[in-house]
Design a protein around this ligand. Structure first.
Ligand code: AMP
Ligand code: GLY
Length: 444
C-alpha cells in the first residue's frame, strides 16, 4: 500500500485524495486550510503553508522519508521547486520539477517554446518591458487584443478587449500599470491577439515521453451567470459522456492532443523533462484550437470532472508516471459530469462575505446521487464557515449532460448560507447557444 504525501487543500486536492484513496493509498496531507473532506480520509494531516518549501522540507514525513511518493496539487509549490526539493530527499513526485513547471510560471517561456519548435495552435504575441514601447506599438496595432502580465495571476490579471476594457487607450493604460506595478511579480507584459471562439480544457497524464489524454472539460471563469462579472479561479465545469464537448469532434480533440504532445517533446529536447499532469487551456477558433495557456497541474474545478469518473487506479498511474512506464490505456466512465462551485456572496470582488456559516446536508446530497468536494472553508466545532475563496463543490454524474446537471442542481438545494452558485452552467439553453455560436463561426 502506497503512502502518499498530498500537497494542497482545495477542491482539486480533495478529488485527488479521494481518487488515490480509492486506489488503495494512505494520504498524508499538507494543507493551508483544513479541508474537512481531505482531513476525514487522510491517515494524517498538518496545517501550514503548503506553498513553502522549507515548511514541507521540515516535516518528519519528508525528513525521514516516511512516504512513498508525493502528489502536488497546486502550481505555486511546483513553480517554486517543491518537486526538486522532495526528490533530493529521495521522494519521487507526480508533478514537474522547477525547470519544467516554468511552462506555467512564465507565459513568455511557453509562447517562446511554441514559436521555437513551430508548434501548432500558437497565437500572435508581443512582449514589452518599457511602457513607452508598448504604447507606441499599440497605437499602430489594429486588431483586438488582450493584456497579460507575464507571471502568474490566477487568471485574474488578464484583461480582454471588449470585456475588461473597451478602448485601445484603456488597454494601453492597463498595460502600463502592469509594467509600473509589476503585476504578476515581474515588470513585463504580453500583448496577444484576441481569440474568438469557445474555450476548452484538455488535461493529460505524462511520464515525459508517453502521454494519456483525459476527457475534455469546459470551465466557467466568470463570476456571474451569462458569463458576466470578474474572472475567478472557475465557478464550475462540465464534461460529456463521449469525452468530447457539444461543439467539438474527435478531429479537434486529436489536434489539441497533438499540440500537448509536441509541447512535451519540445520540453524534452530542451532538457526540461516534463512529468505529471499537463493542462492545456484552448480556444476553439474558426481555424481550430489555439493555446490560451498551459498549466503544470490539474485544473480546479476540472480535476473534479475527470477524477470523479476515472476508472483506472490513480495510484498505479502515479507510479507509472514516476517510473516512466505510462504505457497502458487509462479508462474513464462514459458518463457526463457537471461541477458547480459554491462560493461566498461577493466572491470575485473586494466585498466577500467571510466567516459566515454554511449548512451542508451531506446525507441529502448523497441521496441526490451527487458527490461533494470541500475546498476553502473554516471548520470550527463541527460547523463550516466561508473564507474569501471558493467554499465547496457538488458534482452530478449522469448518462448525459442533462441528467448530470439536474443531479448537481438537486444537491445545491441542500447547501444553505450567504453563498452563491452559477445555476446556468451546463443548462440546455447555454449548451445550445454554444453549439450555435461555433456553427456560425465555422460556417456550417
Ligand atoms: P489566462 O490566465 O491566460 O488563462 O487568461 C484568463 C482568461 O482570459 C482565459 O480563460 C480567457 O477567457 C481569456 N483570454 C486569455 N488569453 C486570451 C486571448 N488571447 N484571446 C481571448 N481571450 C483570452
Ligand atoms: N480552472 C482553471 C485552472 O485551474 O487554471
Amino acid at each position: 500500500m502506497s503512502k502518499v504525501l498530498l500537497i494542497g487543500s482545495g477542491g482539486r486536492e480533495h478529488a485527488i485524495a479521494r481518487a488515490l484513496t480509492r486506489g488503495g493509498a494512505k494520504i498524508y496531507a499538507v494543507m493551508k486550510h483544513k479541508n474537512p473532506g481531505i482531513a476525514r480520509i487522510a491517515k494524517d494531516y498538518v496545517i501550514g503553508d503548503h506553498n513553502s518549501l522549507s515548511f514541507v522540507e521540515n516535516l518528519d514525513w519528508v525528513k525521514f522519508r516516511k512516504v512513498d511518493f508525493a502528489f502536488i496539487g497546486p502550481e505555486e509549490p511546483l513553480i517554486r521547486g517543491m518537486a526538486d526539493m522532495l526528490e533530493s530527499h529521495g521522494i519521487p513526485v507526480v508533478g514537474p520539477r522547477k525547470d519544467a513547471a516554468i511552462i506555467e510560471g512564465s507565459k513568455e517561456f511557453m509562447r517562446e517554446l511554441m514559436k521555437k519548435h513551430r508548434i501548432d495552435g500558437i497565437v500572435d504575441y508581443f512582449v514589452f518591458t518599457d511602457p513607452k514601447r508598448v504604447e507606441e506599438f499599440l497605437k499602430d496595432y489594429h486588431k483586438e487584443f488582450v493584456v497579460k502580465p507575464v507571471g502568474v495571476t490566477g487568471g485574474k490579471g488578464v484583461w480582454v478587449m471588449g470585456d475588461h476594457f473597451q478602448t485601445k487607450e484603456e488597454g494601453i493604460e492597463y498595460a502600463k500599470r502592469v509594467l509600473e506595478e509589476g503585476i504578476g511579480g515581474e515588470k513585463k507584459v504580453i500583448i496577444e491577439e484576441k481569440l474568438v471562439g469557445e474555450e476548452f480544457t484538455l488535461q493529460v497524464f505524462t511520464d515525459g515521453r508517453n502521454i494519456r489524454g483525459m476527457p475534455l472539460v469546459q470551465d466557467f471563469k466568470r463570476a456571474y451567470e451569462g458569463d458576466r462579472g470578474p474572472n475567478t479561479g472557475g465557478m464550475g465545469s462540465y464534461s460529456m459522456e463521449d469525452h468530447l464537448l457539444p461543439f467539438m469532434d474527435d478531429k479537434d480533440y486529436a489536434r489539441a492532443m497533438k499540440i500537448l504532445e509536441d509541447i512535451i517533446a519540445a520540453m524534452r529536447r530542451e532538457g526540461r523533462e516534463y512529468k505529471g499532469i499537463l493542462y492545456g487551456q484552448f480556444m476553439l477558433t474558426a481555424e481550430g484550437p489555439k493555446v490560451i495557456e498551459i498549466n503544470c497541474r490539474f485544473g480546479d474545478p476540472e480535476a473534479m470532472n475527470v477524477l470523479s469518473i476515472l476508472e483506472s487506479n490513480l495510484v498505479d498511474i502515479s507510479w507509472n508516471i514516476i517510473e516512466g512506464k505510462l504505457n497502458e490505456k487509462i479508462e474513464f466512465k462514459n458518463k457526463a459530469t457537471v461541477v458547480k462551485y459554491v462560493v461566498p456572496e461577493g466572491y470575485g470582488t473586494s466585498n466577500v462575505i467571510k466567516g459566515s456559516e454554511i449548512k451542508v446536508n451531506e446525507d441529502r446530497i448523497e441521496k441526490e446521487g451527487a458527490l461533494l468536494y470541500y475546498a476553502s472553508v473554516d471548520e470550527k466545532s463541527g460547523r463550516i464557515y466561508t473564507t474569501t475563496s471558493r467554499s465547496l463543490a457538488v458534482v452530478g454524474i449522469g448518462k448525459d449532460l442533462h441528467e448530470a446537471e439536474h443531479i448537481a442542481e438537486g444537491a445545491l438545494k441542500h447547501i444553505t448560507g450567504r453563498i452563491y452558485a452559477r445555476h446556468d452552467i451546463a443548462k440546455r439553453e447555454m449548451i445550445e447557444r454554444k453549439i450555435e455560436k461555433m456553427r456560425e463561426l465555422r460556417g456550417y
